[in-house]
Write a protein of this length. Structure first.
Length: 247
């Protein structure tokens, strides 16, 4: 069984795969130089088994991801066929097979090391809801927030992260909901927050490695920029911002 971890910000998929290839090459060289032939052969067998596990996991993930793209990201299967370079019939097979799987076969919350929970602040005011644009565009837009530090409450973490990321002081009002994120497998906590001054213009520090801008957004804008937002967040914003026009 492979031990998997949750998404780490800034991870470059191609670079990580290159590192895997380099690690396999180093392992092969170490086995070749091992004076104990029996031990080296046992290691070679273990490496083969690991390779099979990785291959099987990647194949299962490919099937699951096809269904994820079709159902969660709402990409039509005809368009998906062009993106993946497959026939529509083959894409249909993958999607149907992926729908039979109960969860991401690689990022399984039951097998990964414990990760700190993440808090996201849903900050609304007279100008709309506070959103931030990510430099790595994974995803392009998000609500301000971040990891909760040890011995820190979600409310304190939300206030700290919003101040760091946007320069705005906020207070938590209520817990909106929580979930295990379907793509990152991180435990997410969503807090309803109010700004101390809802007319202040948010500002991102130029040295921030994660964000390059923050702004107030109206309901239509946030729907367009975050089409896959958590359903309770969407319902809250529709109820709160329905009559607000962005200035």
């Amino acid at each position: 069984m492979l031990v998997m971890v949750a998404y780490v910000k800034g991870t470059d998929v191609r670079r990580e795969m290159t590192r895997i290839r380099e690690a396999v090459a180093r392992i092969g060289a170490a086995m070749q130089s091992d004076p104990d032939a029996a031990n080296a052969f046992r290691d070679a067998t273990a490496l083969e088994q690991l390779g099979s596990e990785i291959s099987d996991g990647a194949s299962d993930f490919r099937v699951w991801f096809a269904a994820e793209l079709a159902d969660e990201r709402h990409i039509p299967q005809t368009r998906l066929a062009g993106i993946l370079g497959l026939s529509p019939g083959r894409v249909g097979q993958l999607v149907r097979a992926g729908r039979q799987r109960k969860g991401n076969p690689i990022v399984d919350p039951g097998t990964q090391p414990l990760q700190p929970p993440v808090v996201l602040a849903i900050v609304t005011g007279s100008l709309g809801v506070l959103i931030c644009h990510r430099r790595d565009e994974r995803p392009p837009w998000s609500f301000p927030g971040g990891d909760i530090l040890p011995d820190e409450s979600p409310a304190d973490a939300a206030a700290r992260r919003v101040l760091v990321e946007t320069g705005l002081a906020v207070q938590s009002v209520a817990v909106l909901g929580g979930r295990v994120h379907p793509r990152t497998a991180r435990h997410m906590i969503y807090l309803i927050c109010q700004p101390e001054d809802d007319r202040m213009v948010p500002a991102v520090d130029e040295t921030d490695v994660d964000l390059d801008r923050a702004e107030w957004a109206g309901l239509d804008t946030v729907r367009d920029r975050m089409p896959d937002m958590f359903a309770p967040v969407k319902a809250h914003l529709e109820a709160t911002l329905g009559s607000i026009e962005r200035f």
